[in-house]
Write a protein that binds this ligand. Sequence first.
Ligand code: SF4
Ligand code: SF4
Length: 356
Amino acid sequence: MPLSLDPAGAAALALQRLATTVRAGAAFTRARWTGGKSPLAVTFSLTNRCNFRCEYCDLPGQHRAELSAERWCEIIDELHGAGLGRASLIGGEPLLRADAGVVIAHLRRRGVHTAMNTNGWYVAERLDELQGLDLVNLTLDGPPAVHDAQRRAGSYQRVIEAMGLLRRRGVPVVTMTVVTPAGIDHVDHVLDVARDHGTLAWFQVEHDKAFDVDRPIAPGIAEERVRDLARHLLARKAAGWPVGNSRPVLEKQMRDGHRIGGTCAGCVAGRFMAYVLPDGTVAPCLLTQWQVTRGNGADHGVLRAFRDLAPPRGRGCGCVPYQELQAVLTLEPAAIFDALGLVVAGWRPRAPLPVA
Ligand code: SF4
Ligand code: SF4
């Protein structure tokens, strides 16, 4: 497939990113000062289907209809007009959608900073589409014996290969480790891998496989061990290891344990973040999807469904990405510094996109 060097296209993209960033910033600022909402960061779950059956995840069993790529593009435009600045594409396994590249390309055209969470299995065969992303988040739970046992046989090797392939294309990569009782003593292995590959490693304590805020978080890991983990990661980060979690969030986890930062009241989810499920249902986050009317986005439009969301209820969670955004929006300098590093990495010039 030939490559196209296109300076005019690169300039247009840079301008679009600037316009999107200014629009998202203005919408957020207005919402913040007026007590309103803006869809600054939205997770788009393209499918609940998955080629894995990880021991801590029931998502593949939660059947939902799936929107077409064209419908996703319309939704993106609706939210972009209201201040969308950051998108996460997620599943299930989003690369089970043959048309995932259509959604990636659309987000890129709109100048939205776009990440994808993937188990890495299909990365080698979808590189051309993935090259349009600003960040790829690969799940890596520990050494092969731990990772493959709780995720899928052979998947550790695929993740390592995916990291190399993406890096060679200039696509920023990070890892997310779901910390389980079997994996908690192996976080240094993940940090070694991250250091060897020049990436950052995030760590997130496992949630209940049904993903419901009312369910216990990681009952197999005692509260004190969660605090010890945060303490350990803080020390590693201070020593220059590639720990992705920001210092303020790790410090909160060291204090709070499983559920970081208090209850759902006051969470950015539902106000500056949203989660759109495969059938167009809009929820504050995955763990509070059960509190909303199924199909609200399909029935009323995604933007209206977002604006109509009642504040989420619950005891809080340990979801690191939400805590990181919360820390950025409450102007924690160390969290802002870490987040800007990722944005800049995604927008750094890289090899031109393949064209047909
Ligand atoms: S954790 Fe991810 S890879 Fe594993 S079953 Fe769930 S959606 Fe699939
Ligand atoms: S604290 Fe926020 S992200 Fe966590 S479950 Fe509650 S609403 Fe969702």
